[in-house]
Design a protein around this ligand. Structure first.
Ligand code: NAP
Length: 321
């Protein structure tokens, strides 16, 4: 089968379209013919090897040489112990370990995968798993929002952020989206009440405070985030620098005791129920997977370059012929 392969961390130039062995499903797996696979920042991080957590399992070179984690496709073969799906089922979900998706076929146990609703295209379905579940667990579970509460989403113009804006609006929050200059109108179009351009303004230093902050790209100090929270407010980071995450572990408990504010890391738990919940909202038209561009499999390097060069609005999707 064809796949996009890499053997070292680096720019999109290290990615090559190659013929590789088609995977064979283990007894507890299914073999899926990929129809679409979306691009996530986790792919970009796995490509360049930064932040440090992107090198888990492969400090000097990648341990798995195919990136791509959010897949939608058709089940071709089921292993004899797999009870999740049947051949012919249209399914979608996130690959374990964030790899192997930029290919014509993948194998997965499919525990956190779901049946694709007929009303969604493969491309739309592939845009949902990682980004949609991050947003759901951030906004619904950690946010516990009341109507009128002030919410800030940092990195709101990207994959998870675009779902997060729409979810926070569904819960009746007053939403501020933070992203680069080129994404301000886009964030407004998804429902953001206020927007901040991170290239012009540091939201931790403008004197405004929020009940809840969901951060897709955390690079400020734990104390800066605490400053941007109202009393009893909560901040959760999903992605960002390891140095920043360490501060949450070191100073988070102290900030909680002395200031009464939560500054924490959100570790996302993949599961079918949450994937189905966010997908039902998409089916009902309450939220939309915001797809910016589509590329063929051979152009995964261009797709990743587009995301890495700060231009992607929402999701970028690879359509596999
Ligand atoms: N915690 C967990 O369990 C877990 C699980 C899965 C994934 N993750 C992580 O979650 C993150 C999710 O990202 P995603 O897929 O939504 O990424 P994305 O689509 O790239 O979105 C991130 C957005 O943040 C913007 N941004 C960059 N620098 C910024 C800054 N200084 N201030 C504000 N915004 C900034 C980006 O804009 P530009 O175009 O300007 O760069 C982009 O629009 C990734 O880091 C991933 O590794 C965490």
């Amino acid at each position: 089968m064809k796949a996009i392969v890499y053997g070292q961390y680096g720019s999109p130039d290290v990615l090559k379209l190659e013929e590789v062995e088609k995977p064979a499903p283990a007894d507890d797996e299914v073999l899926i013919k990929v129809q679409a696979v979306s691009v996530n920042r986790s792919d970009w991080e796995g490509l360049i090897g930064k932040p440090l957590y992107a090198r888990i399992g492969g400090l000097r070179k990648p341990s798995n040489n195919i990136l791509g984690s959010d897949v939608a496709g058709r089940v071709e073969i089921t292993g004899k112990n797999n009870r999740e799906f049947q051949p012919g089922n249209e399914v979608f979900g996130e690959m374990e370990g964030y790899h192997s998706g930029f290919a014509e076929y993948v194998c997965t146990r499919g525990k956190a995968w779901a049946l694709k609703p007929a009303s969604l295209t493969f491309e739309q379905a592939s845009a949902i798993p990682q980004a949609g579940v991050i947003a759901l667990q951030g906004i619904r579970d950690k946010g516990q929002l009341q109507p009128g509460q002030k919410v800030l989403i940092n990195g709101a113009g990207g994959g998870a952020g675009t779902f997060a804006i729409q979810l926070a609006k569904l819960y009746g929050a007053e939403v501020t989206g933070v992203d680069n200059t080129g994404k301000l109108d886009f964030m407004r179009s998804l429902g953001a009440d206020h927007v901040i351009d991170y290239t012009q303004e540091n939201f931790t230093r403008n004197g405004k405070q929020y009940d809840f902050i969901l951060d897709l790209i955390a690079y400020h100090s734990a104390f800066a985030y605490a400053r941007a929270l109202k009393p009893n407010g909560s901040y959760y980071a999903v992605g960002g620098s390891v140095f920043t995450f360490l501060q949450f572990l070191l100073f988070g408990p102290w900030i909680r005791r002395t200031l009464g504010k939560k500054v924490r890391l959100l570790v996302v738990q993949r599961n079918r129920k949450d994937l189905e919940s966010v997908t039902e909202l998409c089916e009902a038209g309450k939220i939309v997977p915001a797809i910016d561009r589509r590329y063929p499999l051979s152009e995964v390097p261009e797709a990743l370059r587009y995301l890495g060069e700060n231009r992607a609005k929402g999701k970028v999707v690879i359509t596999v012929e």
